[in-house]
Design a protein around this ligand. Structure first.
Ligand code: NAD
Length: 507
């Protein structure tokens, strides 16, 4: 929006060099409260010049932070962690207000974010190098991991806390300065926890937030003093960020969208499968990259029983405001997001899908919120758009197959490869599945196969571009560069005065 308009809503700011900074451009974005549809705040969109100024501040801060001992750095992370724990209620409320997700879901996301801080607290261990003694001619050789300097993180809307924290905690622990660009739809949470970094004693300039849209992302992508970018968002933008970042010789980890299947074998515990599907598929109004979007029952008999049981439970799901404890999930992020999902549902019905549960007109208290009820479509076919594309809302589908092999082929042919799970009581089927499925995160009899924070996280195919990580030990590798040093401190004066052309290890 343009800005010179008289507005009464709060104007947000950037957080640069330890201070709140007003935006210098006259461009602002609107932040809505999805539960009520109300305008909550205006977020400034920074210019490339503001990005450049922030990089300069971060660069200066990164020098001192790199020299701070890793133990002292970790003390700051410990304090940051305890402030997050203390303020969980307040942060969860903020997440609920700006994203629409329920308080219990927001608390869940905070605990996952804390897991990534716990991993970053292990940085002293993960940063240890390797050492070889006497590789030749009294030479010792060792490798160390050094921070990169200034790194950037670009975040999506659907986890206002967990994803920004998971992308950046290890970067801070490794001795880098960070510039975070939160989603312009949910900037409040990150601005809030920036204050907690400061309170925890992080030197000014090590942690910065620059708000904005594509203009900020493009300025980050082409900036010569940002050697690494962690991105999470839609596949379309992830691919763009990866290609542009690589073109500018950066390390890029770009996490994109998903289409996550749940296979239900004839021998599965169907009640367990149904209950697991409900939470994994509809939780957070299905706005999770790891949400299950397609149930794949094997055999018609399995499908009939599974769909009948599922339909009953889906009909009971309640949608409503983020702070109503009786609801199962909240509103979608924007009216536009809601309209997009309704379009997928309408189109799939026209194409021949069977509408089992219709959530297009849910009963809600606040008619202005961006609500869509739980929707279930059966007999969806692989050529339909609702199957091919990621649907970021509570329209979930059933695709029937006749065998495990057909299920594996179906999933392996999909462009995404984020998460998948199988429900079965047959170890051999589970083994065939885990061995042959082309997906990055695989579950057996678990609803969402998200690895715990100390294992690497990430999909395959068009769900992730680049080799970096945001959870797991590989994160420490991503946010550092390796240096190998060979040094000689001879016991006696070197008498060898001849020029040598061979490798010292040959001596
Ligand atoms: P998005 O791609 O619209 O936005 C993500 C970020 O990119 C935002 O900060 C946004 O400002 C920026 N951006 C948007 N358009 C841009 C453009 N044209 N050029 C440059 N930058 C641009 O994603 P979203 O809607 O905020 O988030 C939802 C998506 O994120 C879903 O696809 C979801 O699957 C994905 N996601 C993936 C993971 C994962 O780990 N794989 C985790 C969470 C979310």
């Amino acid at each position: 929006m343009n800005t010179k308009e008289q507005v009464t809503v709060e104007k947000l700011y950037h957080f640069i060099g330890g201070e709140k900074k007003e935006g210098k451009s006259d461009r602002y974005g609107k932040v809505f409260m999805p539960s009520t549809g109300e305008l909550m705040a205006l977020v400034p969109y920074a210019t490339a010049e503001e990005v450049n100024e922030t990089v300069e501040i971060a660069k200066k801060a990164s020098i001192g932070w790199k020299k701070t001992s890793v133990g002292k750095r970790i003390e700051v992370l410990h304090r940051f962690r305890s402030f997050i724990v203390e303020e969980t209620g307040k942060i969860a409320h903020l997440i609920g207000q700006e994203s629409g997700k329920t308080i219990s879901d927001a608390i869940g996301e905070i605990s996952r974010g804390i897991e990534s801080i716990d991993l970053a607290i292990n940085a002293p261990h993960l940063l240890k190098g390797e050492y070889s003694v006497n590789v030749g001619g009294e030479i010792n050789s060792y490798s160390i991991k050094q921070p990169l300097g200034v790194v950037a993180a670009i975040a999506p809307f659907n986890f206002p806390f967990m994803v920004p924290v998971a992308m950046t905690s290890m970067a801070v622990a490794c001795g880098n300065a960070v510039i975070l660009k939160p989603s312009e739809r949910v900037p409040n949470t990150a601005l809030y926890f920036s204050e907690l970094w400061k309170k925890a004693g992080l030197p000014d300039g090590v942690w910065n937030i620059i708000n904005g849209d594509k203009e900020v992302v493009d300025a980050i992508l082409s900036h010569p003093d940002i050697p690494a970018i962690s991105f999470v968002g839609s596949t379309r933008v992830a691919e763009y960020v990866y290609e542009e970042g690589c073109r500018h010789h950066k390390k890029v980890a770009a996490f994109g969208g998903g289409k996550n299947h749940m296979i239900i074998m004839p021998d599965a515990d169907l009640d367990l499968a149904v209950n697991s599907f409900i939470g994994a598929a509809y939780g957070a109004a299905s706005q999770r990259c790891m949400a299950i979007s397609a149930a794949v029952p094997v055999g018609d008999k399995t499908a009939e029983v599974f769909v009948a049981k599922l339909k009953e439970k889906v009909e009971e799901l309640k949608v409503g405001t983020f702070d109503d404890k009786s609801v199962d999930f909240g509103a979608l992020i924007t009216q536009e997001a809601k309209d997009t999902v309704i379009k997928y549902i309408d189109e799939s019905i026209e194409e021949g899908a069977y509408l089992c549960v219709d959530g297009r007109n849910p009963k809600v208290e606040n008619e202005n919120g961006f609500y869509l009820g739980a929707t279930l479509l059966d007999h969806v076919k692989p050529h339909m758009r609702i199957y091919r594309e990621e649907v970021f809302g509570p329209a979930r589908i059933v695709v029937r197959v006749d065998s495990l092999e057909e299920a594996i082929e179906l999933i392996n042919n999909h462009e995404f490869g984020n998460g998948v799970t199988i429900f079965t009581s047959n170890g051999s089927a589970a083994r065939t599945f885990t061995e042959n499925i082309e997906v990055g995160m695989v579950g057996v009899n678990v609803p969402i196969p998200i690895p715990v924070g100390y294992h690497n996280f990430g999909g395959w195919k068009r769900s992730k571009f680049g080799e970096g990580h945001m959870f797991g030990p590989d994160t420490a590798r991503f946010f550092t560069k390796s240096k190998t040093i060979s040094e000689r401190w001879p016991e006696s004066k070197i008498t060898d005065d001849q020029v040598a052309f061979d490798f010292p290890s040959n001596r």
